[in-house]
Ligand binder design. Sequence first.
Ligand code: ADP
Length: 401
Amino acid sequence: MHKIMAVNAGSSSLKFQLFEMPSEDVLAKGLIERIGMKDAVISIKTHTGKKHEEVSHIADHDQAVKMILEFLISLEVVKNLKEIYGTGHRIVHGGEQFTGATIVTPKVLAKIEQLAEFAPLHNKANATGIRAFQEAIPTAKTVAVFDTAFHQTMPPASFLYSIPYRYYQEHKIRKYGFHGTSHKYVSREAAKFMNRDLKDLRIISCHLGNGASLCAIKDGKSIDTTMGFTPLEGLTMGTRTGNIDPAVVPYIMEKENMSAAEVIDVFNKKSGLLGISELSSDLRDVTSAAQEGNYQSGLALSIFIKRVRETIGAYAVEMGGVDAIIFTAGVGENSVIVREQVIDGLQFMDIKVDKNLNESNENRGSTRSISSFNSKVEILVVPTDEEVEIARDVLSLSNQG
Ligand code: ADP
C-alpha cells in the first residue's frame, strides 16, 4: 500500500488529492486559491470527515505546498512526509516528446519548461508545482502526467493541418489534443464495465465540461480528437469558439480595431455558449433560459449539440463503426437534455438512448449504461477521475523503476 498525491498546479491555484493505492481510496483532498494574494483560501478535507479552511496570505507555491503538508500531518492523515511515496503532476503540454507519463528528472523538468512555448501559463505553473513538492518531500518519486500524451498515437492524417508542411517541421504546428488523461481513464472504465477487451472496442469519448472535446479511441488508443494546437479548436465550449474560419480573425481585427491577441482572447473567453447566448457560459443557465423560450440560448444549445453529434458521425466513419459512446465531465455526466439530443439524431445508425435510464438518478456517480435494449451501440455515462488516473500512473511507473 502506498500513499500517492495527485497534483494540479495552476498559476494561482493548487488542487490535490491524496490516495491510498492501489485501493484508490481518497485519504484527503484540498484546494488553495489566490496564491500570491493576501486573502488566499486554503481548504482541506479528510476521509475521516476532518476539515480545515483558512484565509491567509500565501506568498507562493512553495508556501502553499508546505501548508498543505503541515495540515496533512496535523489532521493526522500522515504521521510524517516520508509516508508519501510519490506525487503525480498534471502537465498541460507534453509536445511530441512525451507519449506517456514520465518520471521527472532535471532534464524532463527542463523540457516541460521549454514546452511552455505552447502553453505559457499552464506549463510554467505546472513546473512550479513540481519544484515545490520536490523540495518539500525529497524522498517522494515525482511523475509528470501530460494532457496531450494520450493523443500522441494519432496518425499524421489526423494531427496535421493542411498548411505548408514545413510549418510542422520547423515550428511543430500540429494538432496535439488535450483532456487525454480523462479520455484514457473513461475508456478504460468503459471497457471494464462492458467486460470487454479495449483492443476489440471502437469508442467515442465525449468529454463535455466548460472545456469540451471528443476523442476517437480504437484498440485503446486515441486516433483522433477535436482539440488542436491549443484547446481552442473543435466543439463549441462554455466560452471558446471551437472551429472557426481563420479568415475571421483579420476581419474582426479590422472591423473592431483589435490586435490578433485581443481577438484570440475573445475567442477563448467571450465566445461559445456565452458568446451566442449573451447570457452565460454555464450550460445549466443556457438550458433553463432556452426552455423559457430565450432564442439565443436555444441557439447556443443547438449549436453545442450539433457539433457533438456531427463529430460522433465523423469518428464513427473514421473507425469503421462504433461500439461505445461515453459521456463524461460536468455536462456529459449531468445534462439529460444534451445526452438525449446528441443521440437523437443517430437512430439511423442504430444508436438509441433509453429515456428512463437517461433520466434516472440511480447509480449516479458510477459508470452506468443509458442505451436502449435494441441499441447496437453501448451508450455510457462514466464519471471522469483524472486524479485517480494520475495516481495509477505514479504507481505503475514507480513500481517499474
Ligand atoms: P471544467 O472542468 O471544464 O471547468 P466541468 O467538467 O466541471 O468543467 O463542467 C462544467 C459544466 O458542467 C458547466 O457548463 C455546468 O453547467 C455543467 N453542469 C454541471 N452540473 C450540471 C447539471 N446538473 N446539469 C447540466 N449541466 C451541468
